[in-house]
Design a protein around this ligand. Structure first.
Ligand code: ATP
Length: 445
């Protein structure tokens, strides 16, 4: 079983994720993504956008502001008790904890007595403009969906959408979590991939769309290679529901420390649009004028899918991570060492193709390999590597999850072809250079 410590140190060593502000001793569970991490993160978002926007005729995308009117958060209920966690403090060492995370009523750090619990609001406060007074207070958004509600009419009218339809958005969200934990699983700054699906109250009642999105989202994780046994649904009990939710189910992944939520599917009822109508004075009701419709006005109900980019990232990384005892690549002198392979789905892999000349001290091989690299890099994220033995280089690419490695050898010079090695099967195939781009287009696009 892979431990979280192993994943954290691997992510740092191979340049996926490192601690933020390290020169100054790090900063409050913030993390930075290196090149491979940034690529992987982008690929998670791209795969989500493709499945939720590009392939869905009635869902469109949006990119709304992080800084918005504080009145939004008043109306949404985020400034009141609904969006607060129970905070306790140790009377002895003054460390603070989220009460519902504690197993006992004593401080887990020093055994000291704890204070009574207080409700701690999770909104991140900031000031707009040069004067730091109450009038200038606003908040970093705690969920991206409020931006979707603000733009509901703008998008519906400009894109001429008819119910049921969806609006999707990917972006940063901020929560002043009392106890960030488990690496990038719970942090104060994170990204969400959210889609709000607007439906009629009648269809909502039948749970048709709630069930549809539950299955759809679970299938997305499976289609990107997460093992079935590592995923499950978890229904929320009535007393666990968020202040806006009528019904909720989480998709959970089996992380090294146990099951954890990676995405929520929520029936938000008409809470959001009703509240914003009431507080802003703008009527957000929808008039159903379709020939089959009932020609009546209603406030749309919302089914939401809300996933976290970092939690997805961590789940994909943990699931892809494999250690092979005794080695796979027999060509290396270090064949007895344990080898790491990241079995990423090709859509997620940070680097799609590695280009490797067999030897770096043969000018003709290097020249040919560089030509091949230049040929494919406009189409696919590729990497050229000539340092070390070919076996070592295969291992380096296996370790970061590159699905294909190309080798240019002496026959390549005579035949204008090369070998392509598949990461998982390690099978090699010879392909003509002139066919290379088409070959990869059929496999990678
Ligand atoms: P949890 O109870 O695990 O903190 P939540 O129920 O508050 O999560 P939601 O409000 O449903 O989470 O947010 C939707 C998604 O946003 C979550 O499934 C998760 O992937 C992501 N998310 C929420 N809070 C955080 C956080 N602090 N750090 C990283 N991702 C987060």
């Amino acid at each position: 079983m892979t431990t979280l410590e192993k994943i954290v140190s691997f992510a740092k060593r191979r340049g996926f994720i490192g601690p933020s502000s390290e020169m100054y001793g790090g900063f409050e569970s913030s993390y930075d993504y290196g090149f491979l991490g940034a690529e992987l993160k982008n690929n998670v978002k791209k795969a989500w956008w493709k499945s939720m926007v590009q392939l869905k005729e009635n869902i469109v995308g949006l990119d709304s502001a992080i800084l918005m009117s504080p009145k939004i958060w008043q109306a949404s209920g985020h400034l009141t008790a609904g969006f607060a966690d129970p905070l306790v403090e140790c009377k002895k060492c003054h460390h603070r904890f989220r009460k519902d995370y504690l197993k006992e009523n004593k401080c887990p750090d020093c055994g000291g007595e704890l204070t009574e619990e207080k409700k701690f609001n999770l909104m991140m406060k900031t000031f707009i403009g040069p004067v730091e007074d109450e009038a200038a207070v606003t908040y970093l958004r705690a969920e991206t969906c409020q931006g979707i509600y603000m733009n509901y009419e703008f998008i519906k009218d400009s894109m001429r959408l008819k119910i049921p339809f969806g609006i999707a958005q990917v972006g940063k969200a901020f929560r002043n979590e009392i106890t960030p934990r488990y690496f990038i699983f719970k942090t104060r700054e994170f990204e969400q991939m959210e889609m709000q699906y607007f439906v009629s109250p009648e269809e909502k009642e039948k749970d048709k769309w709630f069930e549809f999105w539950k299955e759809e989202r679970m299938n997305w994780y499976l289609s990107l290679g997460i093992k079935k046994e590592n995923l499950r649904f978890k229904e929320h009990e009535k007393d666990e529901l968020a202040h806006y939710a009528k019904k909720a189910v989480d998709i959970e992944y089996k992380f090294p420390w146990g099951w954890g939520e990676i995405e929520g599917i929520h029936d938000r009822g008409d809470w959001d649009l009703s509240n914003h109508s009431k507080h802003s004075g703008k009527d957000l009701s929808y008039f159903d004028d379709s020939p089959s419709g009932e020609r009546k006005k209603f406030i749309p109900h919302i089914i939401e899918t809300s996933g976290g980019v970092e939690r997805n990232f961590l789940a994909f990384l943990c699931d892809a991570y494999e250690e092979v005892e005794g080695g796979r690549t027999k060509t290396t002198e270090a064949a007895k060492e344990t080898e790491v392979v990241l079995k990423f789905h090709k859509d997620l892999a940070s680097i799609k193709i590695a280009v490797l000349p067999l030897l770096k001290n043969k000018k003709e091989l290097v020249k040919k390999a560089r030509e091949v690299y230049n040929l494919i890099k406009p189409h696919f994220m590729s990497q050229y590597d000539e340092a070390g033995t070919i076996g070592r280089r295969y291992r380096r690419q296996d370790e970061i999850g590159t699905p294909f490695a190309i080798t240019i050898d002496f026959d390549s010079l005579k035949q204008d072809d090369l070998t392509i090695r598949d990461r998982d099967s390690m099978r090699q195939e010879r392909v003509k250079i002139e066919k290379l781009v088409d070959y990869f287009c059929s496999l990678l696009k």
